[in-house]
Design a protein around this ligand. Structure first.
Ligand SMILES: Nc1ncnc2c1ncn2[C@@H]1O[C@H](COP(=O)(O)OP(=O)(O)OP(=O)(O)O)[C@@H](O)[C@H]1O
Ligand SMILES: [Mg+2]
Length: 308
């Protein structure tokens, strides 16, 4: 379980995250989706007890991350953005050492088990320094899983992995997520959709959207977006369109056109056209706008690129 309320972190004068609140339940995989610098790593480092917030509270696995950070660390598996590893140690020995620190019973067996889970069993006797980048990433995952933590916090778990490994690691995370709480970060929309039950979209330190993956998907493929343009003044155009049954969103753009959305299969365009004309406007354009995965993301994160 993770419960975060009003989390804020300043690095000197720079506010990295601002008033972030969300929660994640046992058996749930929550995705933290956001572009570079959004504040994903900052939030995760606070949640693992490695760094205190400037303001706000976070409870992870039942313990306060500031007041009881040792208890939190016992119950959390953390895959950091850059995995710190001792290059001159043997893979197996390193994990065994970590397991002993955590007082894991039958540590040899458990190390074999996690090495198998992350596909590094055949590298057990080799040096960490000889692992490839993707293997180091999987080593980090092995370390995060070792003590069977009830909460897993994974910072970009599939970064640097080859396509086959991406599939395997995603499957592994999904399996783990059935019983535990998983929070993972990614800047890949399809990854968030693919693994997560729920997605939090974070941008510039703030959560800008939160939805179940299904709803997000519905927004991606289920909603159709249309641009409508009339001749001359169009002050109440959006209002007129909004009144049509089935219209979900209607907003006026800078150029005076109105973009509106309706659910796929419930085409409201004829009715919208009728109402717009009845209201006395000269309808000159009614054109569908495809909404790609990237566009939704860019729109939610307020990037200028989306506002072509
Ligand atoms: N140690 C630090 N000192 C100062 N500023 C920092 C520090 N760490 C992060 N920041 C700033 O905080 C903001 C959020 O950074 P953060 O690393 O949390 O983003 P992120 O979402 O993990 O990005 P990425 O996708 O690139 O990993 C950025 O503006 C970053 O420059
Ligand atoms: Mg990061």
């Amino acid at each position: 379980m993770i419960k975060v309320s009003g989390l804020t972190k300043d690095y000197g004068a720079r506010r990295a995250i601002h008033n972030v609140s969300f929660d994640a339940q046992q058996g749930e995989i929550v995705g933290f989706l956001g572009p570079n610098g959004a504040g994903k790593t900052t939030t995760m480092r606070i949640l693992t007890g490695y760094m205190p917030p400037t303001d706000g509270e976070a409870v992870v696995a039942g313990y306060d991350v500031v007041e009881e950070s040792l208890e939190v660390r016992k119950r959390v598996g953390y895959l950091p953005e850059t995995v710190p590893l001792y290059n001159d140690m043997i893979v197996f020995d390193y994990l065994k050492f970590m397991g002993e620190l955590r007082k894991i019973p039958n540590v040899d067996e458990r190390v074999d088990e996690v090495l198998d889970m992350v596909g590094l069993f055949d590298r057990a006797d080799g040096y960490i320094g000889n692992l490839s980048k993707g293997m180091r990433q999987r080593m980090g995952l092995a370390q995060a899983l070792l003590h069977r933590p009830e909460v897993l916090i994974l910072d970009e778990p599939t970064i640097g992995l080859d396509p086959g490994q991406v599939v395997e690691v995603r499957e592994l995370i999904r399996e783990i997520g059935r019983e535990r709480t998983v929070l993972l970060s990614t800047h890949l929309l399809n990854e968030a959709q693919n693994i997560c039950d729920r997605v939090l979209i974070i941008n510039k330190g703030k959560i800008v959207a939160e939805d179940t993956t299904e709803n997000l998907q519905a927004r991606l493929i289920g909603a159709e977006r249309v641009v409508l343009r009339v001749r001359g003044e169009a002050d109440d155009l959006a209002k007129t369109i909004k009144q049509v049954k089935g219209v979900q969103v209607a907003e006026t753009k800078d150029d005076g056109s109105v973009e509106f959305e309706f659910a796929s299969g419930k085409d409201v365009r004829p009715e919208v056209a009728k109402q717009v004309i009845n209201a006395g406007y000269d309808l000159i354009e009614l054109r569908p706008l495809g909404m790609s995965l990237e566009e939704i993301f860019l729109e939610l994160t307020g990037s200028d690129a989306a506002k072509k």
